[in-house]
Design a binder for this molecule. Sequence first.
Ligand SMILES: Nc1ncnc2c1ncn2[C@@H]1O[C@H](COP(=O)(O)OP(=O)(O)OP(=O)(O)O)[C@@H](O)[C@H]1O
Length: 257
Amino acid sequence: MDALLETRNLSISFGEQEVIRDVNFKAPKGKFLSIIGPNGAGKTTLFNLLSGQLSPTKGEIYFKGQNITNLSAAERARMGMGRSFQLTNIFPELTVLENVRLAVQSQRKDFYSILPKPAKYRKQLEEARRLLDMVFLKEKEDYLAINLTHGEKRKLEIAMLLALKPNLLLLDEPTAGISVEEVPVILEVIENIKKDSENTIVLIEHKIEMVLALSDYLVVIFNGELLVEGEPGVIMQDERVQNAYLGGLSHAASGKS
Ligand SMILES: Nc1ncnc2c1ncn2[C@@H]1O[C@H](COP(=O)(O)OP(=O)(O)OP(=O)(O)O)[C@@H](O)[C@H]1O
């Protein structure tokens, strides 16, 4: 299996509490992998370890075959690891289009482009509009970002993330806090991303129907350990998953987090 991302005995403790314990998994190139588990299982902590927000107490992380355990979040981002920004990178007083254009511009290769300025700008706008189309925000390109709904801001955030052309997308609960009506649109956006690119995607999501609709592979975390991994159909039938998770998963399926 050609893994883009791999963890080996990944562990982290906060004081006495070992929150992630000897987690080993591989995210194969071009596949859609979801990390599931009940509240407090350690999913967000695992994500923070992957993206470099936290350093492990033990174990290693490999990305594109390189040991990145000691690299900062910024260095991992430069290598092509993209994590959703949790809305913190959006400029509220700029238009939707300008937010995405700036993300396109921030791509390193734009700084070295030999195109004259107006042509460069036009190309950035073109790319920004293509991305806004992918996330169904084209009609809102002239809106100030501050005036978007929460769900629309999540879509803008995804467009900005895609502008950086990451090889690996880490999506942390893209439906968190959004209205029930907006959930199917977010699902469609992610399906679009999945179709359009060769990206490897790792998702944390409580809405189990969404996880099942999107994922090639599931990793189940329970009490900080990897309980089981495999294809969704197999995992959902797994007795250990049913025994350990029934409460948590049916809770998640109801849309609560
Ligand atoms: N910085 C920290 N210091 C101490 N304990 C922490 C810290 N971060 C997380 N924890 C603990 O680690 C455990 C796992 O938390 P984490 O947020 O990773 O779980 P989760 O699976 O993402 O939960 P949820 O689905 O509710 O978001 C929890 O018991 C939490 O209290």
